[in-house]
Design a protein around this ligand. Sequence first.
Ligand code: 4NP
Length: 158
Amino acid sequence: MKFLMVCLGNICRSPMAQVVAQDMAGQLNLDDLVEVDSCGTAGYHIGEKPDRRAVSALKRRGWSAPDHRARQISIHDFEGFDLILCADRSNLDNLIRLAPGYDDKVKLLRSFDPTGSGSSLEVPDPYYGDDSDFDLALDTIERACSGLLASLVPNPGG
Ligand code: 4NP
């Protein structure tokens, strides 16, 4: 399964989701099955490393350091990935507008978060916030990635 995590700038939410999903896949021995990349709908930060606050938030919880440079989504990504998982409804609208024929592959990441519903189905944008906003975004990302991987292996222990 190839997952593409998407946010606006590809420096905060989607690189955190990429690391968490890939690390969790490793913990579940699904490394051979799961490949995760990330990108942004916008091109403001192309080539940049993840925001240092995102790197710190991951580190505080023991997740891996991201090894990623920001890139903008390409039309080819819609063919190359099995699921395109975005952070918020604005991303979702932009993705569907970009590739209307692929809307079955494009989902809100938090549609896999068992605690998410209705208006809470977004990963809140921490860019204009502080460390606590990055922690909050990471809370939602962790729950959603856990739900995503559980959907591949409904009963990992059994
Ligand atoms: P991200 O956060 O979409 O989670 O990477 C943002 C990054 C940059 C901007 C906004 C959000 N920006 O306006 O440059």
